[in-house]
Design a protein around this ligand. Structure first.
Ligand SMILES: NC(=O)C1=CN([C@@H]2O[C@H](COP(=O)(O)OP(=O)(O)OC[C@H]3O[C@@H](n4cnc5c(N)ncnc54)[C@H](OP(=O)(O)O)[C@@H]3O)[C@@H](O)[C@H]2O)C=CC1
Ligand SMILES: N[C@@H](CC=O)C(=O)O
Length: 420
């Protein structure tokens, strides 16, 4: 077969962790014909790994340069990122992006702009870093109904949780390390409050189920209020706490979505997904379960995913959103009774129990932890209040033997309040 030679130019907007990662990958593959045409950044004073002449500070110099074939939008500021994507797509250009917040919050508009003006937007790097999940869902599962898609979608929070379980150190120092290593968002509250995982879940929902859902409408809790007692309880149960995002087919074409810290037992495939790695289990109605695992954050792994999009789009690849065209999926929080751990200041817990009036399974003697039964819908109704009160919320899956829970809590002088 004859090797096709071409020369193509990338306009790079953003030269931070991911932008530098993409630059390195492109440089390592120069023989394939790609080059970085221009690079736009914001801060004129920042020390750079390239000479000052390589940079522009005016985004229009990239957006309006007709010699640029593909724009890579890799900036940290959502408002500016959305303006870049809008302008590029309105001009019918080809853009790749890693910006999950912007994509999750604006997907219907971004799809419409592609349809109207003929441009293309790919964003594999926005979900699970280096794991090729969106193309897998589109190309392999485009016509198969999915039972469930669940996984660890945020590298920083997984890094922090891994550290807390392994070293029992401080939350803040684990977060500082995740920031140092380039895993965390410019605003790390997106990582620890579960919002980044939520954005990725909403993008997955479009590709896995044909469901367009706004992140504001989805149940989600993060790990910002985790305590050493919660980590110890999970350890005692032979579990690790993981931040799990899940999409599950429910009745009448509904899809249940949630992001919740969850006690994961050793038998679960997610148990061994550690540090900045992400893991995703996809269960097809006919294919059964598949498991994908890889680096979910970091400069080169994410740069490599952006590079994969660039290489694909030049060969004519674009998302076809097969399930958006064929499904009428609707979002729900879910109404299955779920065992939930709540942990926080005893006074706050007492107030919450009065408000929720749940069926309580067990309560620790110091009243700081309680295990109860709630539906995800009930949790969603009270999520703003629970977060405000500084409560750590975690799901305890049915798989975790419920008879172990009282044993462990009893060894801490728990009061079994009632049983269901
Ligand atoms: N870090 C990771 O592992 C991953 C990140 N992502 C996503 O990739 C994107 C980039 O993240 P990351 O590289 O970590 O972020 P960084 O904070 O490391 O870098 C952001 C870059 O954007 C530039 N920038 C910000 N605002 C503007 C603007 N208005 N005009 C031009 N340039 C601007 C910054 O310029 P300057 O250098 O002058 O400050 C910087 O170069 C984000 O959307 C993030 O969510 C996705 C997957 C993984
Ligand atoms: N901050 C994100 C980066 C990748 O998406 C994460 O930690 O997963």
């Amino acid at each position: 077969m004859k090797i096709q030679k071409f020369k193509k130019r990338i306009g790079l907007i953003g030269f931070g962790c991911v932008g530098q990662g993409l630059y390195d990958v492109v440089e390592a593959n120069r023989h394939l014909g790609w080059e970085i045409g221009s690079i736009c950044v914001k801060d004129k004073e920042k020390p750079r790994s390239l000479p000052a002449s390589a940079f522009t500070y005016d985004v229009q110099e990239v957006l309006q340069d007709s010699s640029i074939d593909i724009i890579a939008e890799l900036i940290s500021e959502p408002k500016e990122a959305l303006a870049i994507l809008r302008q590029a797509l309105q001009q019918g250009k080809t853009v790749v992006s890693a910006n999950k917040k912007v994509i999750a919050e604006n997907l219907p508009e971004l799809i419409q702009l592609q349809q109207r003006h003929g441009g293309v937007l790919l964003y594999e790097a926005s979900v699970c870093g280096s794991i090729p999940v969106l193309r897998t869902l589109e190309a392999y599962y485009g016509s198969e109904p999915l039972v469930e898609v669940r996984g660890i979608l945020n590298g920083s929070s997984n890094y922090i949780l891994s550290k807390l379980h392994a070293e029992h150190g401080s939350f803040q120092s684990a977060l500082a390390q995740a920031q140092e290593l380039g895993f965390a968002e410019a605003d790390p509250s997106l990582d620890v409050e579960g919002t980044d995982a939520l954005h990725k879940l909403c993008i997955l929902a479009a590709h896995a189920y044909g469901l367009l859902v706004h992140p504001d409408d989805v149940l989600h809790f993060g790990i910002q209020h985790i305590t050493s007692e919660a980590v110890e309880l999970a350890d005692a149960l032979g579990c690790r706490i993981k931040l799990v995002g899940s999409l599950k087919a429910a009745r009448d074409g509904q899809v249940a979505l949630q992001v919740l810290p969850t006690l994961i037992p050793e038998t679960d495939t997610l148990f061994d997904v550690e540090a900045e790695f992400n893991g995703l289990e996809i269960e097809g109605q006919f294919a059964g379960k598949q498991f994908l695992k890889g680096r979910g954050a970091g400069s080169h792994p994410t740069g490599s995913a952006v590079w994969a999009d660039i290489s694909a789009v030049v060969r004519g690849y674009r998302y076809t959103y097969p399930k958006l065209c064929t499904s009428q999926a609707r979002a729900t929080s879910g109404d299955e009774q779920t065992t939930i751990l709540l942990q926080g200041e005893p006074d706050r817990i007492a107030e919450i129990l009065q408000l929720l009036q749940p069926a309580i399974r067990h309560q620790a003697s110091d009243h700081s932890q309680v295990i109860l039964s709630l539906t995800p819908h009930e949790l969603k109704v009270h999520q703003t209040y629970l977060k405000k009160q500084g409560i750590f919320v975690a799901a305890i899956p049915a798989k975790v033997a419920l008879d172990i829970v009282p044993e462990v809590l009893n060894s801490k002088e728990a009061i079994p309040v009632g049983s269901l």
